[in-house]
Design a protein around this ligand. Sequence first.
Ligand SMILES: [Zn+2]
Ligand SMILES: [Zn+2]
Length: 150
Amino acid sequence: MGSQICARSSERLLATVPCSMFICRTCRAPIKLPDDALKQRFLGLAAQLNNVFPVALVCVVCKRVDVFSSQLGSPYYDPNWRHITSLQDGKTEWLSTLLCKGDENEFRVPLLVTWTADFTVQEKMDRTNTWHGDNMLCPGGHPIFWPWSR
Ligand SMILES: [Zn+2]
Ligand SMILES: [Zn+2]
C-alpha cells in the first residue's frame, strides 16, 4: 500500500498539480500546498469541510512555521491565499499533529511538510531542528506545542 503511493507520486514529479499558495508572514515567500496532500489525508473530512481548515506549514526560505487557512473569518486566514496550478516539486507528508497547551489540547493542527528529495529520517530530523515553530498560538490564545524546541 505504502510503496504503491510512493511509486505513483514519483511518476508525477514533473506533473502540474492544483495547489494552495500562501505567503509567509515573516519573509513574504510563497508556500505551496498541493490539494492532493489534503485530500489524501482528510478523505471524508475534506469533503465535509470543503477543504477549509487550518494547516501548519514551514517556509523553506526563513524556516518559520506558521498556521494558514484559506477560510475567510478564520484567525489563520491568509488574505494572499490563491489557488494555482504549479509544478509538483516534492512529496508532501503529514509530519506531525501540533497541539495547543490548553487543558484539553482542544486545538490540533496538522504540520504538512513538502520534502524536495527522498531524505532519510535523520536528514528530515536535521532539517526539522532548524525550523522556528515556537511562536504559534491557538485561537484561544494558548501557545501551540512545538516538539522540536531546543
Ligand atoms: Zn518565510
Ligand atoms: Zn488552546
